[in-house]
Ligand binder design. Structure first.
Ligand SMILES: *[C@@H]1O[C@H](CO)[C@@H](O)[C@H](O)[C@H]1NC(C)=O
Ligand SMILES: *[C@@H]1O[C@H](CO)[C@@H](O)[C@H](O)[C@H]1NC(C)=O
Length: 499
């Protein structure tokens, strides 16, 4: 059992960080910076793997969007920033999205107005944890921040289900090999950045704008050193998918009085996924974290633990340990408001554990695909100081963050047992706003496998409009009938494009 527990009597106000207005900084040295904005819903989470969880009426930070420009003349679009998938595609079909009105409030791409559109005969079905999109690939001009990428292959959705926005994919190729040059590859090829590396600063729920920086880091956005953590080789990941997996060595909490509770040393593979709203951790860890809040109530319908909202005003953090680095996530960033209720931002996941936005808001992360490392530090905000990422083994600079260290916890405190199974002590008897929660996390979908892009691959349909030109009659780009497309995709050749 937990000897020390959060209690409302320990209430202490959390300190709110200053907000910074969004802006794009242009530099001539291979650094491209673009704002990342939390998109508040009536929204839904767009979690891109199994165990989809949707939460309504959350505070800002349900999902994180990046504004890009596509086409000539450029059209502004908002895409979800996703470190959990490699493909970039635009223009979901709102009618079949889970929240059509939410989808419709964003600008949609009008291909007929772009002179740089170059349609290919290739289509793809992209499957995510929830929803899917059938896309046709086109070459287009894509601008992110100050960078203009020519002839980037992107998907345009001709059909999509339950996905409210397009996706900016920046993960490694899930199967370990590129199907075609993704955005990061093209940026390097075209000399816009020096290596396939970027950093992401999502910022807290109370801050409007974080940043995605290709080819650079911002030492004004973190504390102390960046810990270099190897990305787990594809063959050793839990799912066999190549993702941004690193090894988490422990979990714990810092209590409002400054003492800590910490698990024994662990070796849990977790992947860092900006496209996941919540974190998804092994059942015993999820239960141990929930049991640290004595008044947490388990909601059997959704699988969420409901907490008194007072916790969001309390000092203290949920702590994640890695080799050489501890990331402390303030309770305010880990707990979610859902109508009148607050929800602990973690669900059980024994197959493919994920640290999603509830973790990433407190972490500054550099994703270095070329050297297969993630670099991790505690996020903070103390101005802007961009440093370029070069090339080669030590491309990511080891610059120390400029921000002031957090108070050091006052002691080793007590141990958190994450090996026990803890049935919920209290059951939630209220009703969560039903529109916002679609089924809850549920059990992992065994069998389908965690590689959510199964079926991805570029396959000539043979019926994609023989002229190769957009069909104005359709919404988007013609790819022939849905059935024909599906049949063609039955004979997926993932590497067709490379031949
Ligand atoms: C369109 O793409 C094809 C295939 O890469 C290429 O051969 C052609 O030159 C492109 N057309 C234009 C107008 O860019
Ligand atoms: C996409 O999802 C919808 C709704 O869940 C489903 O009916 C459809 O069959 C899926 N399409 C593909 C190609 O998997």
């Amino acid at each position: 059992m937990l000897p020390v527990i959060f209690a409302a009597s320990l209430l202490a106000p959390a300190v709110a960080a200053a907000a910074e207005p969004g802006r794009i900084i242009t530099r001539g040295d291979g650094i491209i910076r673009s704002p990342v904005r939390p998109i508040a819903g009536p929204g839904t989470n767009l979690r891109v793997r199994q165990n989809e969880v949707e939460v309504l009426n959350q505070r800002a930070g349900t999902r994180y969007g990046v504004e890009i420009e596509v086409g000539t003349p450029p059209q502004k679009l908002t895409l979800i920033l996703d470190t959990g998938s490699p493909t970039t595609w635009i223009n979901p079909v709102c009618a079949t999205s889970n929240l059509p009105s939410d989808c419709a409030q964003f600008a949609q791409f009008d291909y007929e107005k772009s002179s740089s559109l170059n349609v290919t005969d290739y289509v793809d079905v992209l499957r995510y944890g929830i929803g899917n999109a059938t896309v046709q690939y086109v070459y287009e001009t894509v601008s992110i921040g100050s960078a203009t990428i020519e002839n980037q292959l992107i998907g345009i959705a001709v059909e999509s289900h339950r996905i409210p926005l397009g996706i900016l994919g920046v993960s490694p190729p899930i199967h370990g090999q590129n199907e075609y040059p993704y955005i990061l590859d093209t940026m390097v090829d075209q000399g816009l950045i020096k290596s396939r590396a970027f950093s992401v600063d999502l910022r807290g729920v109370d801050n409007p704008t974080g940043a995605l920086i290709f080819g650079g880091i911002d030492t004004g956005k973190y504390i102390g050193t960046l810990a270099k953590l190897p990305i787990i080789p594809q063959a050793k990941t839990p799912s066999g998918a190549d993702r941004y997996y690193i090894t988490m060595t422990g979990v714990g909490l810092t209590l409002p009085d400054g003492s800590i509770v910490q698990s024994e040393e662990l070796a849990v593979p977790v992947f860092l996924d900006t496209g996941a709203t919540l974190s998804h951790l092994p059942t015993q860890i999820y239960q141990a974290l929930a049991a640290s809040f004595p008044d947490a109530q388990y909601d059997p319908t959704s699988g969420f633990y409901i907490l008194p909202c007072d916790y969001t005003d309390m000092a203290g953090s949920i702590d994640f340990y890695f080799a050489g680095k501890t990331i402390r996530v303030p309770l305010n960033d880990f707990i979610w408001e859902n109508g009148p209720y607050c929800i602990l931002g973690v669900t059980p996941e024994d197959t493919e554990p994920i640290l999603g936005d509830t973790f990433l808001r407190a972490a500054y992360v550099v994703y270095d695909q070329d050297n297969r490392n993630l670099h991790l530090a505690q996020a903070a905000n103390c101005g802007t100081n961009l440093v370029a990422i070069g090339e080669g083994e030590d491309a990511v600079p080891s610059s120390t963050g400029r921000c002031t260290a957090l108070p050091t916890p006052t002691g080793k405190g007590n141990s958190l047992d994450v090996t026990a199974t803890r049935p919920p002590a209290n059951t939630f008897t209220g009703t969560l706003p039903s529109a916002g929660i679609d089924g809850g996390p549920g059990p992992a979908q065994g069998g389908t496998g965690p590689t959510s892009v199964t079926g991805a691959g570029l396959v000539p349909t043979g019926n994609a409009g023989s002229t190769g030109s957009p069909n104005a009659a359709g919404r988007g780009v013609a790819v022939g009938g849905g059935a024909a497309v599906a049949a063609a995709l039955g004979v997926v050749n993932v590497f067709a494009w490379m031949l």
